[in-house]
Design a protein around this ligand. Structure first.
Ligand SMILES: O=C(CO)[C@@H](O)[C@H](O)[C@H](O)[C@H](O)COP(=O)(O)O
Ligand SMILES: [Zn+2]
Length: 190
């Protein structure tokens, strides 16, 4: 355990942050997709595994609670939080269906499904994106590495140009906070 490790991770983070400046247009488009859906009375469903499950919950909380400004609550559901649903669907169907099944039950045409996966190859996230498309939801994704199978399942996708899961997740949450800020800056009627 030493200071050099900390410095090296800070340096890696800075490099990924610099490379990720190419993502500005995608971040803007993802914010606009969310804005349009919310303005038309639709909701944002979000899913991911592990750290990305935590990100899904974090983002949904920014929409439903508040980010920075005082505004109306904006409808968003993290599909990662209900342990009864998650365990029942994993037990009775398979873990690959835990998010897709919730999209079947909760998703409506015009809603947004936001999948988060650093590899882009988490089967449960990609199954949810497929189901979302079948039901007429708009699909967006946050990924990294090669983007995996997720890329072809999303209407707009943010691929962090790096291979390290933790560094990718850091840019995912930075871009999610920027999307929340862009949405917060709009006029929402009380
Ligand atoms: O948070 C981390 C690593 O930083 C882990 O919990 C990580 O999210 C898990 O290994 C996930 O299962 C990885 O899945 P994915 O990002 O490839 O979809
Ligand atoms: Zn982590």
């Amino acid at each position: 355990m030493n200071i050099e490790t900390i410095e090296s991770i800070f340096n890696d983070h800075e490099k990924v942050l610099q490379k990720s400046r190419t993502l500005f247009p995608v971040i803007l488009d993802m914010a606009d997709i969310c804005r349009r859906a919310l303005a038309e009375g639709h909701k944002i469903l979000i899913c991911g595994n592990g750290g990305s499950a935590a990100d899904a919950q974090h983002i949904a909380a920014e929409f439903v609670g508040r980010f920075h400004n005082e505004r109306v609550s904006l409808p968003s559901i993290a599909l990662t939080t209900d342990t009864s649903i998650l365990t029942a669907v994993a037990n009775d169907y398979s873990y690959d269906r835990v998010f897709a099944r919730q999209v079947e039950g909760l998703g409506n045409k015009g809603d947004v499904l936001w999948g988060i996966s650093t590899s882009g190859n988490s089967r449960n996230v990609n199954e949810a994106l497929k189901t979302a498309r079948q039901k007429g939801l708009v699909t967006i994704g946050s990924t990294g590495k090669t983007g995996g199978d997720m890329v072809s399942l999303c209407d707009r996708v943010l691929v962090v140009p790096d291979d390290v899961t933790a560094r990718i997740q850091e840019i995912h949450m930075l871009s999610a906070h920027i999307i929340c800020q862009l949405i917060d800056d709009l006029e929402w009627k009380q």
